[in-house]
Design a protein around this ligand. Structure first.
Ligand code: MTE
Length: 319
């Protein structure tokens, strides 16, 4: 692993770009090489493979007023106790098989009901946007939670850049599909690739971010490298990892867990201690690393920011 275990005590203000990527790209551009030239020479002259270029680099970011000041879950636990079914169904599988996720090269397609669709190399996708540290609670539907210092940017920036048409009402996300390398995808545990979705107003909400790092460093593979969604008021499975496609759509899109077990996993999946999972209570949770169980909060404690999105909706019906 190339992540460092130290944590920077202060975020750097003013430096809003992942500096190393930016410098590297400028160097490349200065060298006057482009895709065409690379192809003509028969060599790869395009910037170093995106995933590889990001890996092991310190990210520059700003702190955010949206961060919680609760105690952080240790880096060790954040990176060894994971759900990433593409890498296996056990909690330690994603860490153990992290290297089989190939993030190099990586591109992200933004498409659908929008005026400005695009196919982005990772560095072009991340570069134009300021990075922030967002320390969020993550509550898993299985009853455990963590507090994670993510580094990312608001998803609404990507959506604004795509210029959604007025008919766009939802956003659909898709993860990498690579059964050759991803052992989990050689089994039918889920209908691959992993998919997720949000209503457009949920996706535009400032709390919804795309994360490219955690604990100061580029996202480890097991946490969804090179780019994953984080929606802190929803159960963890909505925070889809290793995204390759973002699509603006008119109808509520199918999502992996809802398709697999519709009675257990709804489209909304807002953290809600009053609506139990059919097989267990959601009233309490175990914070990883802490001893006592704690009460689960409505919307995972983000109610002040997001409750208005669901005014007038029956959250038992729309679970
Ligand atoms: N994304 C993909 N592509 N595949 C997955 O299996 N698991 C989800 C979510 N995103 C998953 C995924 C679940 S169930 C949870 S709880 C979170 O990722 C866990 O994120 P973490 O491992 O970074 O804590």
């Amino acid at each position: 692993m190339l992540i460092r275990s130290r944590r920077r005590s202060e975020a750097t203000r003013g430096e809003v770009t992942p500096r190393a990527i930016y410098d590297r790209r400028r160097e490349f551009l200065r060298a006057g090489l482009g895709l065409g030239a690379g192809l003509a020479l028969g060599v790869s002259a395009w910037p170093a493979p995106a995933g590889a270029a990001l890996r092991g680099m310190a990210l520059e970011y700003e702190p955010s007023p949206f961060s919680t000041d609760e105690a952080l879950t240790s880096l060790d636990e954040v990176t060894t106790y994971n759900n990433f079914f593409e890498l296996g169904t056990g909690k330690s599988d994603p860490h153990r098989h992290a290297d089989s996720l190939v993030t190099d090269p990586w591109s992200i397609r933004v498409e659908g009901a929008c005026e400005n669709p695009g196919n982005y190399a990772l560095e072009d996708f991340v570069n134009p946007w300021a990075l922030e540290e967002r320390i969020y609670r993550l509550r898993c539907v299985e009853g455990w939670s963590m507090v994670i210092p993510w580094i990312g940017f608001e998803l609404n920036r990507v959506i604004e850049q795509a210029r959604p048409e007025s008919r766009a009402r939802y956003v659909a996300f898709e993860s990498i599909h690579d059964p050759e390398n991803l052992r989990g995808q050689r089994r039918g545990v889920l209908d691959w690739p992993y998919t997720e979705g949000l209503r457009l107003d949920e996706a535009m909400h400032p709390l919804t971010i795309l994360a490219v790092g955690l604990y100061d460093e580029v996202l480890p593979n097991q946490n969804g490298a090179p780019v994953r969604l984080v929606v802190p008021w929803k159960y963890g499975f909505k925070s889809i990892k290793s995204i390759v496609r973002i699509r603006l759509v008119e109808e509520q899109p199918p999502t992996a867990w809802n398709q697999s077990q519709p009675g257990e996993y709804g489209f909304y999946s807002n953290v809600n201690p009053e609506v139990d999972h059919p097989r267990w209570s959601q009233a309490t949770e175990r914070r990883i690393g802490a001893f006592r169980r704690r009460r689960t909060e409505m919307f995972n404690g983000y109610g002040e920011e997001v409750a208005a999105l669901y005014e007038g909706m029956d959250l038992r019906e729309h679970f």
